[in-house]
Design a protein around this ligand. Sequence first.
Ligand code: URA
Length: 266
Amino acid sequence: MSLSREQMLVEMGISPIWVWREQPGPTASDECLPPVTAVEVEKAALPSRPPAPAAQPEFSPRSVSNTPAQVMAVGCLDWPELTRQVAVCRACGLGEQRRQAVFGVGDQHPDWLFIGEGPGAEEDAQGVPFVGQAGKLLDNMLAALDIARGNKVYIANAVKCRPPGNRTPEAAEMAACRPYLERQIALLKPKIIVLLGKAAVHAVLHDDKTLASMRGKRFEYAGIPVVVTYHPAYLLRNLPDKAKAWEDLLFARRLLAGQSVPELPF
Ligand code: URA
């Protein structure tokens, strides 16, 4: 049964009033270049506020790194070849146990790029990201924004292969997969990137602060605005935080619309 927009907002635990204004945003380059590295990732200037308490890093530094030649090679692939290489990738141990790599799904000229953690059992079986319970919630969140996967929306993951038992991907696995994600971003040139959970934040921003301290702020990757929010699977277990995720999506939508957005006060 399909939900009305109003029902979706109720499902999200919110009923906002807003007006959608579309404006062009920045784009990434798809030139054959090495991907953006952590050092090149810049955060937008933040207003002065007391620094958030330092969080314990959840991810250790990369213990696997692709050679410059490998990174450069992936950084030159076109979409079909990138898809093919991901399908046959054995750069880390996840490739041995997956049923299939889950490349990503959606509009190849998206406004929105949502990045999750990695495929679960259902995604591994179907070859499509976010098709399980968390995916249903993600779809409802998109619908509440009046968008849908496939229409100006692309959905990808930090790692393309299912970690056994749905464990969090290890830093080495994310490092091995990172060139693919970076090339996807370069080719997709989304106007906004929404990072769903800590693994995605680590993969794109190389940052291990708490999500709570990163929400409501504008980050950048290759000139593209980046917003951080909770992973839908977390929201399924922590229903009150759905309202916070909704605030984050509204924040992202205002950034996409090119409005000057004050950062959220948390
Ligand atoms: N969780 C994710 O992070 N990605 C998926 O594709 C499915 C569940």
